[in-house]
Design a protein around this ligand. Structure first.
Ligand SMILES: C[S@@+](CC[C@H](N)C(=O)[O-])C[C@H]1O[C@@H](n2cnc3c(N)ncnc32)[C@H](O)[C@@H]1O
Length: 360
């Protein structure tokens, strides 16, 4: 027995499983997994059998990798463990250009996330959500964020934990969202989350008949005042959280042709709640819904998984989704734009812009 309490037999079994995975020896793996071995063992570099199987993959032996990965997933292998290089198994597949294996890992991630979200909603229904009170990053909790102090700088809006709330490099993305949602003047539009006002500026340029803005942070509201938004004739500012404002709009009978959603410090469950409570009741039959697609944007596989999960959830809610790919500005990664922020929230190359319409 080692000092960590793990027996020598356990260590040997883990080594044999990882070795069989890296040789793509599915027959040996079946025997090892049947005789009590786990598909989630790790060696001292935090390599799991999935990492090992994929890292030993090439374009020539990809079929064998697919079989090995399939077997490990059937035995409960976890899709998103990271090794000492901070790579998930899917990250390795992407780096090695193993497209079929990468798709297999994305599918595994989608299944796991759908299950996780379903369990999450059961928990929320039971009012059993636990917050980690130790963590003081205001990005993790919407009400902490809304009570925090913001700093507007030239090209960036920062929260009190130095998370970038919004950055000006996203202007092209915001412009395209406004263009896709408002293809002609005279439409009734709503934006949730003013931030730096980039998307609202673009909506204004497209001559909306109505322009509703929901914003909850007192400093952003102050900014809206200072920059003249309250004086624009077709603009209505709803001061408060969308959770409180949307029911008031529904009560007033507001109907919209275009809705855009881009808040901060809200999780995927909040986004789904907005679709259900905000988009479905407020959007006209032929209207369009767009949303900031940034979940998981610091890791390609997470982004691909959440893009799929969102599309599936939106379909369940009765929406078709079309996607438009927008490359992020060249030179963004590692650039000085991120100076002063805790971490870059965007490390991938392409923004996938969603446009949702009711299924006809
Ligand atoms: C990422 S910024 C939006 C950036 C904006 N799209 C732009 O073009 O500049 C997010 C905004 O959502 C606001 N916000 C966060 N939670 C909110 C909530 N629950 N209800 C309404 N606004 C919220 C934040 O204060 C912030 O102004």
């Amino acid at each position: 027995m080692s000092s960590t309490g793990i027996s020598d037999e356990d260590i040997l079994l883990a080594q044999r499983i990882i070795s069989a995975a890296s040789r793509h020896d599915t027959e040996a793996l079946k025997i090892l997994l049947k005789s009590g071995g786990s598909a989630n063992v790790r060696d001292d570099t935090r390599t799991t059998p999935l990492h090992a199987a994929i890292a030993a993959g090439t374009k020539e032996n990809e079929k064998k990798v697919v079989d090995t990965v399939g077997l490990l997933l059937q035995h409960g292998a976890i899709w998103n463990d990271t090794d000492k290089r901070d790579e998930t198994p899917g990250c390795i597949a992407l780096r090695l250009g193993l497209q079929e294996v990468y798709s297999q890992m994305v599918e595994a991630g989608v299944r796991a996330e759908l299950l996780f979200n379903a369990l999450g909603s059961i928990e929320r229904d039971m009012e059993d959500v636990e917050y980690d009170e130790e963590d003081d990053d205001v990005e993790l909790d919407n009400s902490s964020y809304l009570n925090s102090t913001l700093r507007y700088r030239k090209d960036i809006l920062l929260d009190s934990s130095n998370n970038a709330v919004m950055m000006s490099w996203e202007t092209e993305i915001m412009t395209r969202h406004a263009e896709t949602l408002l293809p002609k003047p005279g439409l009734r539009a709503m934006n949730v989350g003013h931030g730096m006002g980039i998307v609202d500026g673009q909506i204004q340029l497209r001559g909306p008949a109505e322009h509703h803005i929901i914003e909850a942070h007192p400093q952003v509201l102050q900014r809206l005042r200072e920059t003249g938004w309250y004086d624009k004739p077709n603009v209505t500012i709803w001061e408060g959280r969308w959770q409180d404002m949307v029911p008031k709009m529904v009560e007033k009978g507001v109907v919209l042709d275009a809705i855009y959603y881009d808040t901060f410090a809200e999780d995927y469950a909040a986004y789904k709640a907005f679709v259900e409570e905000g988009v479905i009741p407020l959007l006209d039959n032929d209207g369009k819904f767009g949303w900031y697609n940034g979940l998981g944007a610091d890791r390609q596989i997470c982004y691909d998984i959440y893009t799929k999960v969102a599309e599936m959830d939106l379909y369940e809610f009765g929406f078709d989704t079309t996607w438009e790919d927008i490359p992020v500005p060249a030179g963004l990664h590692g650039s000085a734009e991120w100076e002063g922020t805790v971490r870059p929230y965007w490390t991938i190359d392409v923004y996938r812009l969603p446009i949702n319409t009711f299924i006809k």
